[in-house]
Write a protein that binds this ligand. Structure first.
Ligand SMILES: Nc1nc2c(c(=O)[nH]1)N[C@H]1C(S)=C(S)[C@@H](COP(=O)(O)OP(=O)(O)OC[C@H]3O[C@@H](n4cnc5c(N)ncnc54)[C@H](O)[C@@H]3O)O[C@H]1N2
Ligand code: MOO
Ligand SMILES: [Mg+2]
Length: 398
């Protein structure tokens, strides 16, 4: 048997392929509809944030130099949204959180530390420090600064930043068109009756929801029967897609035609990884169209999509951050059999330790729904409880 490709080598090849076929077109869309998309141009601040100095507390604003220790008269009241007049010398202003500081004021005292006298003047009880409780102009952002680089993915936090600058439209890479193809004579779509030997198509639902989150346009290419001629014809008909993403038919079975067609008639980038689940992942081009054939077993589909297709698609979109967050945790299990493939096990963190779902079968999806993450066990390694393993939160991938 030919040697299995280490995961890092497979990822490097796939990223090189992605870099050679970028999705370069951009579009300007409402920021409110841009979640999950990749910025095509840097977000440059067109104003200072905050645009003017303002109070961080409900209290009283004063010019510190005016304060001798004696009570001060209150000369105006400033709510958020109002434009104050300049501070009358020798007085203070009643002010609320987020309200602009009046010209001349430089310090705010919170109301809890202030005594309001019967004549309306206020006494500051504690020593005051110049600039306390003032949020200066430009504290967060100075006009002209780059807040988000091109290649940033727009999540809720980024969209908040975009809005804070008053920006309503953003330029993003267009959605890649991904033709989603499920192979297998046994597959039936949910909602249909199940015949003898049939199962419901779960990979399609999983991948479609995931692709939409990733910012892709999903073209449903349906279910492909296990038939050589139909496989050729269906693949040929999907040439307009930016990527054909299929599941199943990439192993060595006599009805595994997807992989066979790609190997014999297409150009192969990679096949057979030292990865469990996910060994028969097959990537390349069919008549010039990029094709990634995920193994049909649901857990293999999940792992290969998250670890390999995600960075591949993000690289095609010019995204700067491709790698999921991963961290080292002590194993809460024993691993006695050293395997030849890198394993990604469905696990959870319990009391700071990684624990595993008892069913790690490649055909089982349910354990992935139970899991919070993938626990990485390197090829050739055995583990005792407490040994370090790498944990990748599933939310980083899906
Ligand atoms: N002799 C060998 N047999 C197998 C090997 C091997 O190295 N030598 N590899 C195994 C590994 S590892 C995997 S993973 C599977 C991958 O198989 P395929 O990609 O060819 O996928 P299929 O054979 O079409 O299906 C596998 C399995 O997954 C179910 N499936 C397929 N599509 C769906 C779907 N859309 N929704 C739900 N379930 C699906 C299918 O019914 C099969 O049970 O090959 C091993 N065999
Ligand atoms: O991808 Mo397979 O799990 O290694 O069954
Ligand atoms: Mg097969």
């Amino acid at each position: 048997m030919s040697a299995l490709l280490p995961l890092e080598e497979a990822l490097a090849r796939l990223l090189a392929q992605a870099a050679a076929e970028p999705v370069v077109e951009t579009e300007c869309i409402p920021a409110a509809a841009a979640e999950g998309r990749v910025l095509a141009a840097p977000l440059v601040a067109g104003l200072d944030l905050p645009p003017w100095p303002n109070s961080a507390m409900d209290g009283y604003a004063l010019r510190l130099a005016d304060w001798t220790g004696e009570p001060l008269a209150v000369s105006q009241q400033i709510f958020a949204g109002q434009a104050p007049v300049a501070l009358q010398p020798g007085s203070c202003a009643r002010i609320f959180t987020g309200a602009p500081l009046p010209e001349g004021a430089d310090t705010v005292e919170m109301q809890e530390n202030v005594e309001v006298l019967a004549d309306g003047r206020v006494r500051f009880r504690e020593p005051l420090r110049l600039g306390q409780n003032v949020r200066p102009r430009g504290q967060e952002v100075t006009s002209g600064e780059v807040l988000l680089e091109a290649g940033s993915r727009l999540g809720p936090v980024e969209l908040g930043l975009v809005a804070s600058l008053g920006v309503a439209q953003v330029e993003v890479r267009r959605r890649p068109r991904v033709a989603l193809l499920s192979t297998g004579d046994e597959l039936v779509e949910p909602g249909q009756p199940l015949g003898a030997g049939q199962i419901y198509n779960s990979n399609r639902a999983l991948l479609a929801a995931w692709l939409i989150r990733l910012g892709c346009e999903v073209l449903d290419a349906g279910i492909l029967p296990d038939d050589l001629a139909q496989t050729r014809a269906r693949l040929a008909a999907l040439g307009a897609a930016d990527l054909i993403l299929s599941t199943g038919g990439v192993s060595v079975g006599e009805a595994d035609f997807l992989g066979q067609v790609l190997r014999e008639e297409g150009e192969l980038t990679l096949w057979k990884l030292a990865l469990k689940p996910g060994k028969p992942l097959t990537c390349g081009h069919y008549r010039g169209t990029p094709l990634i054939g995920l193994p049909g077993n649901p857990a293999a589909t999940l792992v290969t999509a998250g670890l390999l297709v995600r960075p591949y698609l993000l690289r095609r979109l010019g995204a700067t951050r491709l790698e999921p967050l991963r961290f080292s945790v002590p194993a809460g299990f024993v691993w006695s059999k050293a395997g030849g493939r890198r394993e990604f096990l469905r696990g959870r963190l319990e009391q700071g330790r990684a624990v595993l779902h008892p069913n790690q079968s490649s055909g089982v999806l349910r354990s992935a729904a139970w899991a919070d993450g993938l626990v990485e066990v390197r090829e050739g390694s055995t583990l005792l409880e407490g040994d370090a393993v790498t944990f990748i939160p599933l939310s980083e991938l899906f």
